[in-house]
Design a protein around this ligand. Sequence first.
Ligand SMILES: C[S@@+](CC[C@H](N)C(=O)[O-])C[C@H]1O[C@@H](n2cnc3c(N)ncnc32)[C@H](O)[C@@H]1O
Length: 375
Amino acid sequence: MTKRVRSSKSKLVREDQAPYGKTEPLKFIDLFCGIGGFRYAFERAGASCVFSSDWDKYSQVTYAANFGEKPHGDIHAVAVADVPKHDILCGGFPCQPFSLAGVSKKNSLGRKHGFDDEKQGNLFFSIADIIDYHKPAAFVLENVKNLKSHDKGRTFQVIYDTLTKALGYQVHTKIIDARNVVPQHRERIFLVGFREPRYFEFPEFPKTEPKLSSILESNVPDKYTLTDHLWAYLQAYAKKHQEAGNGFGFGLVTGDSTTRTLSARYHKDGSEILISQGPRKNPRRLTPRECARLMGYPENFKITVSDTQAYRQFGNSVVVPVVERIAHQVIKTLKAPVGEAPEFALQLAEDKKKDEAARRNTPLVVTKKSKYPTR
Ligand SMILES: C[S@@+](CC[C@H](N)C(=O)[O-])C[C@H]1O[C@@H](n2cnc3c(N)ncnc32)[C@H](O)[C@@H]1O
């Protein structure tokens, strides 16, 4: 039976409404964990990981090297009841069936995509099953930006309706570009859901844009410089497409730039991000360590796999400082009593009021009253 307790502000809150009042760290699970981008972020925000899963053996090697445990394998082989109880479910579920590249490639092969893709498409439903069984207080899901437009919006609608109507969560979505925290243009959609109606705001990001020079290594081995053959091929390929009016081509950058999005295919030719080495030398690829920095991983992050695997892993990853900011907001939200705006929300409301008052040039009145979000 649900027990009712009195909160510090003399409001009745249900004890099973979870994390509010908890003194121990909130528990999260790391689904489709890859190399642990979510894990780094949520641990830094003070939460503790109780379960991880990814079936890729090379990602498991990197994850084990950095977090001391090997993730469980295929999520389909894990019974939902065997997933430990948790407060927050995290998952950057595979984007291949929803990404433009994945979709067009599959279409051109005459294959199905999205939810019709039997092997990949229903992975979202393995997340939904875990949410349904464990009813975590919150979840944070991540995917490529075009999840929203995939299949004329129907894919997103199924996901959104499942999370809201079928599972009863209050869901907030936002497309975030990582370029304000790392020198990379990388837009991803985040879906943050709460079991109870709670006040939640996505984090603010700095207005500044870090430059590529801040992550470049100084002594880069020659093997990262493009061969004459590959460089000639990439230039010819870009020229052909330019003449045909297409935007395809390589992304040549200097230390002042922000790069294009690092993809899991970077190991193939590195064409989306090529570092200029001046007119007398062919450009070079990023090193795996530079990729780690471009995704916001700390310097002590261990890279123990081949370059090919490392490029694939970083290209699939989340940008750690983006997720870390979201993690902080989610945790603050969960630590506030249900129905009360946490400090950051009050601060945001005050800031908004100040801005508005400054604009109107009227005397400033700030009240400290919280509001529930309404949908
Ligand atoms: C987009 S990546 C997520 C990367 C992760 N967020 C990170 O920061 O590194 C998707 C991951 O899902 C994993 N995956 C795909 N199908 C799976 C399955 N059936 N069970 C477990 N993991 C799976 C892939 O191996 C891949 O690492």
